[in-house]
Design a protein around this ligand. Structure first.
Ligand code: 5RP
Length: 292
């Protein structure tokens, strides 16, 4: 039987304290339902408003990428340092412990390998399975200007519609085909299209003039690392991107192909979450790398 409230303590309605109603801290995300915002808050640290996503989904089109031959050996030690893990469902189920507390950003598009036309992707994960895996977002590649541009845009908009049903945000990734110039004009065009069509987060490359890209994109942008650079240069790129309006990084090769991946992801965290300068973060990298 339900118990009645027999407490002798006097009730206190705190009538003198107005109920707080604060705006959600992420740009462009205030209009979403609670579940969607909660998932975004699992990706973007509520204190800094930023994220360090660790991307290791490369195998979905290029097979055993250097540094990812054995995800269980090379990626597991990095997991405690990442806010979010960007990966495929195959790797999640086969190699990631279900006890991890990181948020999961699930690769949900695919199809062609590096041997074929990459823009010819389709949706590769059903939203119901994404829910079953308790993901915080799904990721889809969009090939603006590519051969299958419309198909890849349609993949994203269908995922956005399905994601809205369950409160799952979609991360739209601007994919740059081999014939497209990776410059501020192209990246502004692609990022804006993805945001306009419903991506809750956009992932793109850092280019000179990035502040214009970030300003014109109404939702949070995270930057990909791209090809492996010397560690100091990769930290500089992250620093510049954050200073110019990025909400974080979704970095892969510049972390897992580093001479010291644990030191590197720690240094990236310093830049993204602690406002460290490149000098401070690089010094941290060197110290951690040389620690026995
Ligand atoms: C493929 C992806 C990858 O996950 C990601 O961009 C690769 O990360 P990085 O460039 O930092 O190795 O989205 O397009």
């Amino acid at each position: 039987m339900a118990e009645q409230d027999f407490s002798k303590k006097e009730k206190n309605y705190h009538a003198d304290i107005p109920q707080k109603s604060e705006a959600f801290y992420l740009k462009g995300s205030n209009g979403y339902d609670w579940g969607m915002r909660n998932r975004l808050a699992r990706i973007f640290n509520p204190k800094s408003g930023k994220t360090v996503m660790l991307a290791f989904d490369h195998g979905y089109f290029q097979g055993p990428t250097t540094g990812l031959e054995r995800v269980d050996v090379t990626i597991r030690p990095l997991i405690p340092y990442a806010d979010a893990l960007m990966l495929t469902r195959g790797v999640l189920r086969s190699m990631i412990e279900p006890s991890v507390t990181n948020s999961v950003v699930m690769r949900a598009s695919g199809g062609p390998s590096i041997l074929k036309e990459l823009s010819n992707e389709q949706i590769a994960v059903d939203m119901e399975d994404a829910l079953r895996m308790n993901v915080s977002a799904v990721a889809v590649q969009v090939f603006i200007g590519g051969e299958y541009e419309t198909q890849s845009v349609h993949n994203m908009t269908r995922l956005v519609d399905r994601g809205m049903r369950y409160g799952i945000p979609v991360l739209g990734v601007t994919a740059v085909g081999k014939d497209l110039v990776r410059d501020v004009r192209y990246i502004s065009l692609a990022t804006r299209i993805l945001a306009e069509l419903g991506a809750a987060i956009v992932k793109t490359y850092h280019v000179p003039g990035f502040e214009q890209v970030a300003a014109a994109c109404p939702v949070p942008i995270v930057i990909a690392g791209g090809k492996k650079l010397p560690e100091r240069e990769a930290l500089q790129m992250a620093r510049d991107a954050i200073n110019q309006g990025a909400s974080g990084v979704d970095m892969g090769r510049n972390i897992f192909q580093s001479d010291s991946p644990v030191a590197m992801i720690g240094a990236v965290r310093k830049v993204v979450h602690d406002s460290s300068s490149v000098k401070e973060a690089y010094q941290y990298y060197e110290e951690m790398k040389n620690r026995k």
